[in-house]
Write a protein that binds this ligand. Structure first.
Ligand SMILES: C[S@@+](CC[C@H](N)C(=O)[O-])C[C@H]1O[C@@H](n2cnc3c(N)ncnc32)[C@H](O)[C@@H]1O
Length: 230
């Protein structure tokens, strides 16, 4: 599977309001993660300070409700969010400012552009919640979860780090599971159906999940652990 470097979703659903434009211009640069241009890995302590020892990555945070909840409930942890949907970025910026959160940093574009700059064994949790399912077979190469992405996650994640994936698309669920189960660096943690059917208490509802409760299969919550390197 080839990397999905292009972005097929929407950057905007409406023009940004003046206040949002101002936040993008003045506040975003204060908390923006900038990928290295020379192939070196980023020093995450320059973004979060030396005292921050644990880091999480959320890919495609939408409007950022889950990321915000995690940051508020884990104040010692540094959170990196990647999202190319600019209305979502602006919305999160305004909540970060309003609530005075200081442990979130944002990359306002597709995650593939930042992943290569993240140091090996630096991330303790990765969240990819309700990525676009691209159900048509000719579009499946656009899926965020693919072998290359899992390989990069395996590189950047620490031993025993957790990868959380969610979807409400049955076919994408089995795709995620198949790729996760066959990857040598990951182990699925579920022991019984409730382990993937019931959302854990430290995993708040996302906006997408709330809006799209369809009845049907219902969301699946997949948790993988990054197996220790020997
Ligand atoms: C269906 S929405 C889910 C948003 C959020 N996780 C939620 O559950 O409410 C999928 C999100 O992934 C984002 N996305 C798509 N491709 C991406 C990429 N390559 N890197 C980062 N985010 C991406 C989209 O912009 C969109 O906001």
């Amino acid at each position: 599977m080839k990397p999905n470097k292009r972005f097929y979703g929407r950057r905007r659903t409406r023009s940004l309001r003046q206040k949002e434009k101002d936040l993008m211009k003045t506040f975003l640069p204060e908390i923006e993660i900038v990928p290295s241009s020379d192939g070196t890995f980023l020093d995450l302590s320059t973004y979060f300070g030396k005292s921050t020892q644990q880091f999480c990555l959320e890919v495609g945070f939408g409007k950022g409700e889950h990321l915000l909840w995690q940051a508020q409930n884990n104040e010692d942890v540094g959170f990196i969010g990647a999202e190319p949907f600019l209305n979502g970025v602006a919305s999160l910026l305004s909540k970060i400012k309003e609530k005075n959160i200081n442990n979130i940093r944002i990359f306002p574009d597709t995650v593939s552009q930042i992943l290569h700059s993240l140091p090996s064994q630096s991330i303790n949790k990765v969240f990819v919640l309700f990525p676009d399912p691209w159900p048509k077979s000719r579009h499946q190469k656009r899926r965020l979860i693919n072998i290359e992405t899992l390989d990069i996650f395996a590189r950047i994640m620490t031993d025993d780090a957790e990868l959380r994936l969610a979807t409400d698309d049955a076919e994408y669920a089995s795709w995620m599971l198949r790729l996760g189960l066959s990857h040598k660096s990951f182990e699925w943690t579920a022991l019984r159906p409730d382990d993937w059917r019931i959302r854990p208490s430290d995993w708040p509802l996302t906006r997408y999940e709330e809006k799209n409760r369809s009845g049907g299969l219902g969301p699946v919550y997949l948790r993988f652990v990054r197996l220790p390197r020997n």
